[in-house]
Write a protein that binds this ligand. Structure first.
Ligand code: ZN
Ligand code: ZN
Length: 644
């Protein structure tokens, strides 16, 4: 008999060679019908793999991310088979599951694949799926594997890099692929499949290698789920921040300036400025001090910080000067500069904490293929701050930072989030810098702050950086997509490397603890996420224009100007559309521009000294006084933007 421990802690006994599926059936037939993958002692296995030893078993359904991975990994095999049957002679390479679906990189030779071919591939996939073919793993020798892929240089290269004796194949129907395993029981579970797109991809991501065609797909256990997913994709396209950024004239890119270097247009710059001022005001109340540091620093600074050893080779290369041996780096992080600001004075424990904040622009070299709108760029501005405190102050500082992050989320309409706490791996204490005592203090501070603030949280043991534990905020946007926003990170490493000290109450020198924190992360990425979350309908306090004034004809221009002045006196951001266009056209364009309020002005309005107000995409507020309109705006703003 062997003993199998299940996730709820219960232990069940079975004859040796019991399979995960047998275990599932012994729990309940209904549950077993939904089980599609399994992990034994932390390793992904097949649901039909015989278990021969005691151990812990986790069974996954479609509702688990592990289940989805197995589902999409298996679907990639089906996609590959469909492609091979439709296009004999193509060379298959690799095809992993990804966050949403899967892809397969294929050398199609001279054939080019486009959208018109997708339907045939999908039909073929579903035809294969309906055969309910089981996925079966088997071992092969290196010689057998090389024989099977004779003429396919890609698979041959993969096999050459594998140890003989570790090579496995997966068979289903008439198809075989080189594979390490992790499949759903059979193809019949795949009820809906869609080829989403094709793109060029270099073999192994290297520009010097042949270009392949990457075929992206997704599949589901129910047709309904595919339909819903496609609707979501459609909505995501409409909200794509690159599209909205263009329509709302927020930012642009120029090939001449360089890839991944965003140019902020006046409206976008005004938006950033408002966000910055919002955070600056809150930070001021929280006791932060603003600092300013240059965009470059001596290479030596980053050698000291350790950044050069870690990222130097893959980043922008040092800038040399006419002076021999003098080298500077574009700033990849603000932290080393802030450490040197701390070092400018001698501090006593009574002076701490010091909280230095900077909207610091940093530069990181991203591969051109990785660049994406504002979410992956080569130059961006962090809403950075570094807090230097005593170990005993960590608890209070952490709580303050959490308050600030929650204030930011609340003011910007992010309501759905969880906290992710990354702690050290207690089995491997040597992996981490800093004393055990300090780590315990820091981890306790994070945990107690998280619990005290009533956050929904998950704990990731072993996910802490070598230099300290951290708390990340995972935010769900309006389309249910998850983004990591807001990081609070404890650091024992940089204070050591920069020899930061303070004088304690014992008159001895001690090391301060450093906290890195950025509620937005970067202005660029945050604005991209905010655009996609709100579809450009930002909270009213943040909108570039809160009201647009549209006159029915030129006759009422003067009155329009008067209304504008009155609104501006009330600190409402308004504009007059002076163009000689029909009112219908002006309204349509104001809708497109997402102006929250439209003020329509004609004869009646002028006579009664009132305005007619229409809300974006919604209600007609009718003819009201300017004072009442101001009140409406103020009330709406005060609902989202509270004082910190
Ligand atoms: Zn596989
Ligand atoms: Zn930092």
């Amino acid at each position: 008999m062997i003993h199998i421990t299940l996730p709820d802690g219960s232990v069940r006994s079975y004859e040796a060679d019991v399979t995960p599926m047998d275990v599932a059936k012994s729990i309940s037939e209904g549950f077993a019908r939904n089980v599609i993958s399994a992990k034994f002692n932390g390793t992904t296995i097949e649901t039909v793999t015989p278990l021969t030893t005691d151990g812990s078993l986790v069974l996954y359904t479609w509702n688990d991310s592990e289940g989805k991975t197995a589902f999409w990994h298996s679907s990639a095999h089906v996609l590959a088979q469909a492609i091979e049957e439709l296009y004999p002679g193509v060379k298959l390479t690799i095809g992993p599951a990804i966050e949403n679906g899967f892809y397969y990189d294929v050398d199609f030779g001279n054939i080019s694949i486009s959208e018109k071919d997708f339907k045939a591939i999908e039909d073929k996939m579903l035809e294969i799926a309906r055969g309910k073919h089981e996925f079966k793993m088997r071992s092969a020798t290196k010689a057998e594997a090389l024989q099977l892929y004779k003429g396919n240089p890609y698979k041959t290269e993969l096999i050459e890099n594998l140890e003989d004796g570790t090579i496995t194949f997966c068979d289903h129907a008439t198809f075989t692929d080189l594979c390490r395993g992790g499949h759903i029981p059979n193809t019949g579970i795949i009820k809906a499949a869609k080829v989403l797109s094709v793109a060029g991809a270099y073999w192994r991501g290297n520009e010097n290698n042949p270009q392949l065609t990457r075929v992206y797909g997704i599949s589901f256990p129910k047709q309904k789920e595919l339909t819903e997913y496609l609707e979501l994709l459609e909505e995501a396209k409409k909200r794509d921040h690159r599209k909205l950024g263009k329509e709302l004239e927020l930012f642009t890119f120029s090939q001449k300036v360089g890839q991944g270097l965003p140019l902020w247009l006046p409206k976008g710059a005004a938006l950033r400025e408002r966000l910055e001022n919002f955070l600056k005001a809150a930070q001021k109340k929280a006791g932060y001090e603003m600092v300013v540091t240059p965009h470059i620093g001596q290479k030596e600074l980053y050698v000291t910080s350790g950044h050069y050893a870690k990222y130097g080779a893959d980043s922008f290369q040092p800038i040399s000067t006419p002076k021999d041996g003098e080298e500077f780096l574009l700033k990849p992080m603000n932290c080393p500069h802030h450490c040197e600001i701390y070092n400018n004075s001698q501090w006593s424990y009574k002076d701490l904490p010091k909280r230095y904040a900077e909207f610091g622009t940093v530069y990181r070299y991203e591969q051109s293929g990785e660049l994406h709108g504002l979410t992956r760029v080569r130059g961006f501005t962090q809403d950075d701050a570094h807090l230097f405190c005593t170990p005993d102050q960590l608890d209070a500082e952490f709580k303050n930072v959490i308050d600030l992050v929650l204030y930011v989320f609340g003011s910007l309409g992010f309501e759905n989030f969880t906290a992710q706490v990354s702690l050290r791996d207690p089995e491997n204490p040597d992996k981490y810098i800093g004393s055990l005592e300090n780590w315990e203090k820091a981890e306790n501070a994070i945990m107690s702050a998280t619990i005290d603030k009533g956050l929904n949280y998950t704990v990731k043991t072993g996910e802490a950086a070598f230099y300290g534990p951290k708390l990340d905020f995972m935010v769900k946007d309006a389309l249910g997509r998850q983004w990591q926003l807001g990081t609070i990170q404890v650091d024992y490493n940089l204070p050591e490397r920069f020899n930061l000290t303070y004088k304690g109450s014992d008159n001895e020198l001690h090391r301060p603890v450093m906290i890195h924190r950025a509620p937005f992360g970067s202005m660029e990425r945050f604005i991209a996420i905010l655009l996609e979350h709100t579809a450009g309908n930002f909270p009213l306090w943040l909108m570039p224009t809160q009201a647009i004034i549209l006159s029915i004809s030129e006759k009422y221009e003067k009155y329009a100007e008067k209304v504008l002045n009155l609104l501006e006196n009330d600190e409402i951001r308004a504009l007059v559309d002076h163009r000689n266009e029909t009112i219908g056209k002006k309204i349509r364009e104001a809708e497109m521009q997402k102006h929250p309020y439209m003020i329509i002005i004609g004869e009646q309005e002028e006579k009664e000294n009132k305005i007619t107000v229409r809300q974006h995409g919604g209600e007609d507020l009718g003819m009201i006084s300017i004072e009442d309109f101001s009140k409406i705006i103020k009330t709406e703003i005060s609902k989202t933007l509270k004082s910190f």
